[in-house]
Design a protein around this ligand. Structure first.
Ligand SMILES: *Cc1c(COP(=O)(O)O)cnc(C)c1O
Length: 423
């Protein structure tokens, strides 16, 4: 059974202070998890996590991670700006973007970020944007084909837009070395949301062998290898959680088998985890406000897909707990819906749940990453607040809910705002 990190009593108390819906984050869980991650990779001297900002672009949460040494992985202008504003700069920023506009390379270079190139044509682009190549550069790799663990297909890199081929990455290293780049990194992201301890070790083997090859053929000084994101979380109650210590040991074994014998035992390992860092430590809190009995049983809640898009977009499973009814039998079958005029606006379809009464608080689990951040404004719906459940038990607003003024703010060049009656 999946547990909530907050009790019903506490949640009712928070909901008195901040109206539903809101995303709630668990400071205690976040801190415990990042500590364990650093422990699991403490055998590697240069190890560093660059938190994937796109997962949860909230400065309060990123600051917590930064206390433990996490930098940021940015992929856009605003993510770079957020990083800068938090005070994370220089090589504590990894700029891993694709289809990149020149201005973003310029901003990344101005902050001293490590630029991770998605494509060989971007070498010239960086030179144009920055005037020269920074001393440290990284390249994203795509081996093509299918990425398998044992017989299971994990993902399909051959069909993914990211990264360079073997030939391109070798050529890119040669070109950049010639142009004065002194330190190199390699990056790849080959499978997403993996719930297995084998993904990182498998990926590490691919990247470590590539690093040895590139070092031999190009003579490049490879300073770091970036295993990127992809460690998943158990969204479903029957899935087993990854064991980060087993993952750390698995990567270490490959490191000692491949890199150490090649004289590359000083290469630093980086990660760019998003989902694994915050996913389980956030939930969407919403109230049942309508019930409807037609061809199916519907429960309408006060949140909708603008607060959490994953179910609508990917049919993703998010566990739901009806607060205070954890021990009651799941003898009702509901579609739990939001209010968008889109039939895919359903947090759950044919879900077995206890009988839901109007006013019940529902916790939609595992929204701490790729939850709020994927939000949008369809149907003119306003995005929810973000609340931090602090270690001392207090609740702190870390982002206010959007208002109608925010929604209409981009009409500030004409008179429509003056005619609008804001509450
Ligand atoms: C999205 C992304 C991540 C984080 O992915 P998770 O699945 O949240 O771990 C890391 N690196 C890059 C380049 C990404 O695009």
């Amino acid at each position: 059974m999946k547990k909530t990190f907050v009790t019903k009593e506490k949640l009712e108390e928070i909901a008195q202070q901040f109206p539903t819906p809101f995303h709630l984050y668990d400071e205690r869980g976040i801190r415990q998890n990042v500590k364990e991650l650093y422990e699991a990779f403490s055998w590697n001297k240069g190890y560093k996590e660059y938190f994937a900002v796109k997962a949860t672009p909230n400065p309060f949460l990123i600051r917590i991670l930064n206390e433990y040494g996490c930098g940021t992985d940015c992929s856009s202008m605003t993510e770079l700006m957020l990083s800068e504003a938090i005070g994370i700069a220089g090589q504590d920023i990894m700029f891993s973007s694709n289809d990149t506009p020149e201005a973003e390379f310029a901003k990344a270079a101005q902050l001293g970020a490590i630029i991770n190139l998605d494509d060989i044509t971007h070498i010239e682009k960086v030179e144009r944007a920055v005037g020269h190549l920074p001393k440290t550069m990284s390249c994203r790799y795509n081996p093509g084909g299918l990425f398998r663990i044992s017989n299971d297909i994990m993902d399909n890199p051959g069909d993914s837009k990211y990264g360079m081929t073997d030939e391109q990455i070798e050529e890119a290293f040669c070109i950049m070395k010639e142009k004065g780049v002194e330190e190199f990194g390699i990056h790849a992201f080959l499978a997403s949301n993996t719930v297995t301890n084998e993904y990182y070790p498998m990926l590490a083997k691919v990247l470590f062998e590539l690093a040895v090859r590139l070092h031999k053929t190009t003579g490049a000084n490879i300073r770091f290898i970036n295993l990127s994101g992809g460690i998943g979380i158990p969204y479903r109650p029957d899935q087993e959680k990854n064991d980060i210590y087993a993952i750390g040991r698995g990567v270490r074994k490959v490191y000692e088998e491949v890199l150490v014998p090649a004289g590359m035992g000083d290469v630093a390992l980086y990660t760019e985890l998003g989902r694994y860092m915050l996913g389980p430590y956030g939930c969407l809190v919403t109230r049942a406000i309508n019930e409807k009995h037609t061809h199916k049983e519907y429960i309408g809640v006060d949140a909708c897909a603008v607060d959490l898009m994953r179910p609508a977009m990917y049919g993703a499973y998010h566990h739901i707990t009806v607060m205070g009814k954890e021990k009651e039998p799941c003898d009702h079958t509901y579609d739990v819906t939001g209010s968008l005029c889109e039939n895919n606006d359903k947090f759950a379809i044919d879900r077995k749940l206890p009988k839901i009464d109007m006013g019940d608080l529902l916790v939609i689990h595992d929204t701490g990453a790729h939850g709020y951040s994927m939000g949008y404004n369809y149907n003119g719906k306003l995005r929810s607040a973000e609340i931090l459940l602090c270690e001392d038990g207090s609740a702190r607003m870390i982002r206010r809910a959007e208002t109608a003024r925010d929604y209409f703010a981009t009409f500030d060049f004409c008179d429509i705002l003056d005619k609008m009656r804001f509450e």
